[in-house]
Design a protein around this ligand. Sequence first.
Ligand SMILES: N[C@@H](CCC(=O)N[C@@H](CS)C(=O)NCC(=O)O)C(=O)O
Length: 201
Amino acid sequence: MLRLYQFALSGNCHKVRLMLSLLGVEHELLDLVGAQREHKAAEFLALNPFGQVPVLVDGDKVIRDSQAILVYLARRAGETTWLPGDAAALAAVVAWLSTAANEVAHGPNLLRLHFKFARQIDVAAAQAVTETLLQVMQARLAEHSWLASAAPTVADIAVYPYLALAPEAHVDLAAYPAVSDWLARVRALPGYVGMPGMLSG
Ligand SMILES: N[C@@H](CCC(=O)N[C@@H](CS)C(=O)NCC(=O)O)C(=O)O
């Protein structure tokens, strides 16, 4: 049985729950209590020395980082739609995984941490990163249904949560209709699961 160490309100953890559900993989959730700093306890640091969730444990394998977990789950499922094998197609997916870890993390994710959880950040800088991200996504999605390929890939799942949580980040998607349409396409995938605070249509 796979075990996911997580925070219930984390978008990075949501993307793993979403991928597990889309693939129909049975798993158990282990909720850490952030306020009690359970993610900084020695037992958890042995799984992820960065002291961050999500972490996936699959038998003797321990996978940290949400993007790495999505890649692991797709390969483990043994199919090539979610994670293509072709060099150029795989590079396109990895480019968006990097976008999830950079622009998404430093844009809408930081804004949500600020407006929902009172984290002190440079709001103007995070808004600028978000605007550039949304412009790039709008341009791509105005011409294509999915971020990296003709079909949904782990790239879409990696980028999805913090865009779907835009209201909690005080990010207005009205000027980016192709992004809103893409969010709706992800919501329509068989096995989709959301989380509180996400746009629902
Ligand atoms: N690159 C990591 C980032 C993980 C991350 O920032 N996790 C947050 C929750 S969303 C966390 O554990 N924060 C606690 C901390 O950094 O101390 C990933 O994508 O998994």
